[in-house]
Design a protein around this ligand. Structure first.
Ligand code: GLV
Ligand code: MN
Ligand code: MN
Length: 373
């Protein structure tokens, strides 16, 4: 960031922020960025290209002696992936004032609170009672990201102009049974917590499938489980898992967990098990500003690239920035639509096109004094 001419600091939320000053005194900054953390065994592009794109744009502006009217800020947002605390988009939530005291108190398996972790990377969690940036304090936000799905590649379209993002809700669920000898405990005498987990997993899969319609998108996943004692010759005593549900409908996210837990209650109890669930994070679906979506489409057209208006099933920092500033995202294709796995890959040419469109969009944003509501 410093080599690109940016002045760098870590904000109260632990975000790394680089800034180029603009020509108009007092103007709010145009912001870009994404995240450099990854899921376990994830790829090298999810998030990272959005941070590098911001730095490269700053380089390009500096090299060409171009000063924007607005300040230009590049942000590496803290911990966008769910991390050890079950909370995703930690830095972008903090930036807009949506990191709650309950989230800050979440503990990692090692017993560290999220608040302590933010402090350990140079943030100031005590200042997070209010937004680091309020509405109007950021002129606009744009994020370049890989699609993480198959649509652009299949349609052979180089640029996606993202219209909206799913909301994401996560629950921590603990199913408790009893550890017993796997050889001597007859099937009818067991309290097998992992059997309870499988009841929940089957039920959430069926429920999410049933809720999908032409306009409602619903997916649900149990991707994290801790089984105790996790021994091949002991009946599982407890399972802790994260249940995730994503939808473009807030009404689905509001009621999903309560409905699901009520639905399986009798079956869980019949196995001699108990189920405790708590909601650990909730991000509402987000709509991007139509003017920013259009401007990204125009920037693509002017470069001679076909673009597609599309929704996102992945969560992104831009969802939180859209709470305080007109926001948008540029998607580029990725190999076989794969992401959150080591096979994640892109071609340099695909990235170049995305970067050009992002740069041109920043230049277009700079000409806009204010956005209509
Ligand atoms: C972010 O990677 C997400 O979970 O969608
Ligand atoms: Mn990701
Ligand atoms: Mn990402």
């Amino acid at each position: 960031m410093q080599q690109a001419g940016l002045t760098v600091h870590v904000d109260a939320g632990g975000n790394l922020v680089g800034r180029l000053e603009g020509a108009t005194p007092g103007a709010a900054p145009i912001m870009t960025g994404s995240h450099t953390d990854t899921v376990f065994d994830g790829g090298r592009y999810d998030g990272i290209i959005g941070v590098l794109a911001g730095i490269e744009i700053a380089h390009t502006l500096t090299e060409h002696g171009v000063q924007l009217q607005h300040p230009f800020e590049v942000v590496d947002f803290l911990s966008e992936e769910p991390s050890d605390f079950g909370v995703s988009c930690v830095g972008s939530r903090a930036m807009v004032g949506l990191l709650s005291p309950e989230m800050l108190a979440q503990k990692s398996p090692a017993g560290q609170t999220l608040s302590e972790a933010i402090e350990s990377v140079g943030g100031r969690p005590k200042e997070l009672g209010r937004a680091i940036r309020g509405p109007g304090s950021v002129h606009s936000f744009i994020e370049l990201h890989i699609e993480q799905g198959p649509v652009l590649e299949r349609e052979q379209i180089p640029i996606g102009a993202v219209t909206d993002l799913v909301g994401i809700r996560r629950y921590r669920v603990v199913i408790t049974g009893q550890a017993d000898h796997s050889g001597t405990t007859p099937m009818d005498y067991r309290k097998d917590a992992l059997l309870g987990a499988s009841i929940l997993i089957q039920a959430t899969n069926a429920k999410a499938r049933a809720l999908n319609t032409d306009t409602a998108y619903v997916v649900s996943t149990v991707g994290y489980l801790t089984v105790l004692p996790n021994s091949s010759n002991a009946v599982p005593a407890s399972v802790e898992m994260m249940l995730e549900v994503r939808s473009n409908r807030n009404s689905v996210l509001e009621s999903y967990g309560d409905e699901l837990f009520a639905q399986i209650h009798a079956e869980i109890a019949a196995e001699g098990l108990t189920l405790d669930a708590s909601s650990v994070s909730y991000g509402e679906p987000a709509l991007f500003h139509p003017a920013v979506v259009e401007l990204i489409g125009d920037a693509a057209t002017e470069r001679g690239y076909v673009s597609l208006r599309m929704p996102s099933g992945a969560g992104h920092d831009a969802a939180y920035l859209s709470k305080i500033a007109p926001s948008g995202m540029v998607f580029i294709p990725c190999l076989n639509g794969r992401s959150h796995c080591p096979e994640e890959s892109i071609e340099p040419e695909q990235l170049k096109k995305g970067l050009q469109v992002t740069l041109d969009s920043v230049l277009k944003l700079d000409t806009i004094a204010g956005f209509a509501e």
